[in-house]
Design a protein around this ligand. Structure first.
Ligand SMILES: [Zn+2]
Ligand SMILES: [Zn+2]
Length: 347
């Protein structure tokens, strides 16, 4: 029944794997509408498959969890049960099983509580969960890379508004990470320096695009932003993944992350949609000492109801055309208040 519907196909021209996950078509959809106000979102929803104590489509029941909750995705795009009896295609095509681990990370039991609005301790717990998951998955011999991300908002196709992230632990390294690994290694070979540290120094020297900084972490709109409100959050010290951040660095990194999230929500006084990725080094035996862990935000909106559509240059050519200037967008974000608009006391 899975024939050709769940596997990894090699793209010989882009030299990258395409995950075919057509078996997920029937997964549950309880998406919100674009511009939904969190004010209208209740803290518990009886038929939400992520809320505590509720039944999931797999027939499993969630525990009455009280902080974060991690489970194996019921509709995995890579999984331990991916079919292995694949039809072998003609040269130059290649196919292989879509094996791996897909997990879901519920940030908290609260259906309405986004990372932006969490208490800092609770947000730090989410980081701690990511650290633990990374260590756990990186240990597996069949895992080459751990991709952690959050899709937030209907504008990026989120199937359930309950704040959660996802983890794809795959036997291949995602293309963007592979590019960053190669660029970092080349830069170190040529200059003896860490590329990302060079980026942090260039941003610090200019200063106009920095949104936030504390002892060990920094947030900025990068010089090379492809999206209007693209933001990078990073520790100042080089770590290959989130796993090796010290407790103090987790506190600082979380503060930088939440600072950015509050700015996003305050921009148009709405729950701001984005794709957030943790960019981490691959987990095989090779040396990734030149790789510097960071989080990237790719928000799809240019204005409250205006999506950045990916078209000819981006989809067909693979290079971005940006309609906005990073320095101006950074100034815009810096100008909005630091306190979440929903938490400002009524006067
Ligand atoms: Zn829920
Ligand atoms: Zn990156």
């Amino acid at each position: 029944m899975f024939e050709g519907r769940w596997e990894q196909r090699w793209h010989p021209l882009r030299e990258e794997w395409v995950i075919i996950a057509a078996h997920r078509q029937d997964r549950p959809w309880t998406g919100e509408t674009l511009g939904d106000e969190p004010a209208g979102v209740p803290d518990f929803v009886a038929d939400c498959y992520l809320c505590p104590g509720n039944l999931r489509s797999s027939g499993q029941r969630n525990p009455r969890y009280e902080s974060t909750f991690v489970f194996d995705n019921d509709h995995p795009c890579v999984g331990p049960d991916a079919p292995t009896n694949l039809s072998i295609p003609a040269e130059p095509y290649r196919v292989r099983p879509a094996t791996g681990v897909s997990r879901v990370v519920c940030f908290s039991p609260r259906h309405d509580l986004t990372l932006a609005e969490m208490e800092s301790m609770a947000a730090q717990e989410v980081m701690g969960t990511w650290q633990k998951e990374f260590r756990d998955l990186a240990r597996r011999p069949d895992v080459a890379h751990v991709l952690m991300f959050e899709n937030k908002g209907k504008a990026v196709g989120v199937s359930n508004p309950h704040p959660h992230g996802q983890i794809y632990a795959t036997d291949f390294v995602f293309k963007t990470i592979a590019n960053e690994v190669a660029a970092s290694a080349r830069y170190r070979a040529n200059s003896g320096r860490i590329l990302f540290v060079g980026i942090l120094e260039a941003e610090a020297a200019d200063g106009r695009r920095i949104l936030y900084e504390n002892d060990t972490a920094v947030a900025f709109v990068p010089y090379f932003a492809r999206y209007a409100y693209e933001v990078i959050v990073a520790p100042k010290r080089t770590h290959p993944s989130i796993a090796s951040l010290s407790d103090a660095e987790v506190v600082d990194f979380t503060a930088a992350l939440q600072h950015v999230l509050v700015k996003f929500d305050n921009l148009w006084r709405m729950s701001f949609p984005y794709v957030m990725l943790l960019h981490q080094a691959p987990t095989d035996e090779n040396d990734y000492g030149a790789f510097h862990f960071h989080a990237e935000f790719h928000p799809p909106l240019r204005k409250p109801n205006l999506l950045k559509y990916l078209a000819g240059p981006e989809v067909g050519g693979g290079n971005f055309l940006s309609d906005t200037v990073p320095e101006e967008k950074a100034a815009e974000l810096r100008a909005v208040p630091d306190v979440h608009y929903r938490h400002v006391p009524e006067r």
